[in-house]
Design a protein around this ligand. Sequence first.
Ligand SMILES: [Zn+2]
Length: 511
Amino acid sequence: MDPSSAGAGGNSLATSSCGDAQKRRVCYFYDPEVGNYYYGQGHPMKPHRVRMTHALLAHYGLLAAGKMQVLRPLPARDRDLCRFHSDDYVAFLRTVTPETQFDQIRSLRRFNVGEDCPVFDGLYAYCQTYAGASVGAAVKLNHGTHDIAINWSGGLHHAKKSEASGFCYVNDIVLAILELLKLHERVLYIDIDIHHGDGVEEAFYTTNRVMTVSFHKFGDYFPGTGDIRDIGYSEGKYYCLNVPLDDGIDDDSYQSIFKPIIGKVMEMYRPGAVVLQCGADSLSGDRLGCFNLSGKGHAECVKFMRSFNVPLLLLGGGGYTIRNVARCWCYETGVALGEELREKLPYNEYYEYFGPEYSLFVAASNMENRNTNKQLEEIKCNILDNLSKLQHAPSVQFEERIPETKLPEPDEDQEDPDERHDPDSDMVLDDHNKPLGHSARSLIHNMGVKREYTETETKDQHGKRLTTEHKGPEPMAEDLGSSKQTPPADANAMAINAPGNGRNEPGSSPK
Ligand SMILES: [Zn+2]
């Protein structure tokens, strides 16, 4: 099957430009603090990679006026996180500290915090930041002001309702999808991280309002789930797809299965919005991964999804060879914008990381591809067969839905300027119908959403736009103000290095 023939969109991918010359309105969420969070010595997860990505974007000129809206996220609050996570788990994350954690051994065990998911300084603020960015990005798409929203600090797909897992504490993806479900009847989730997107799959396993599709290494590999036979349950049956892959998959093999499957999914499911988790540990040479995708091969998934012109949320995820992660996500931001970026990396504060080639492109290696064409064909047929059993674009009964695009009356929100969500608008997560005893069935009972944002666009001394999105009088104004007093040499690190954050300062120079 010709991959380009699958689906209504995606036919322009053979062109040399970014698939579709038509411009997209893009917003990009970034918090200058995020690069300071530090999982601990030797831990492979390094939020610093998001700051490196940002530096590349800045030096490629993608943060300049007219390219995309650059937004600083509002931190997610307890109640935002509790739309998916349990109250006691969120309370634990909020209160646990590196110093006191050993007084709570039972809780550490119960919530799976300690080993892969260590307690570190600022842990809760970190969760609030990356989750707030993903939810904020979903809100932007719902408002219809942007076609593509990006949060490279998000995509932490392993977190469960009451459990940390695989370096993930709160599941910003589930929270963002819940936000999108306020407006859209169907949301498609696609996961190209090398690991199975288990937390998102589990959250929506029994509903047809979210279709999850995960491409991952399967077989003696974390987290161990993602069998091709796991296809959803109850009303969610056939609304979950798992594509198990083996070591060394290259660009051609990957796209020979990605495009036909996703093309068919788009045609059959017709989602109102798409969330693409762009985990970069599927790239060649990843510290924890074993695939052989080049940066361009990875980005082809972004290009393909962009071509459908459906509201698109791009999230980060895994990625442990951080010079590759930064290059990949920078390149993919260019793809979102429809810009071909020059191969030669511009000079930037992390330039040493990228030697000796100083190229934007992550190259594949000569490692063996253990996925045979025959195996891939079988997997593809198996999954297309499941897709054929899918009810064509199921309609969903809505009750008293207030479209997100309708902004609330101005006076409704002014009673509490700190409110992000109207308390009445919170969704109820209904736990009945659990398959396997642990899946959360998500049903939205009250679609009324009242929210108002004002945006303050600020320029730093390089003229880079940094917009604070808020609705209160001046939250975050202090940070932006202090950023102007830092030396111009390191615009991206300025607010980050503001005094008094009390956090470790990892990796600010190459090691
Ligand atoms: Zn991963």
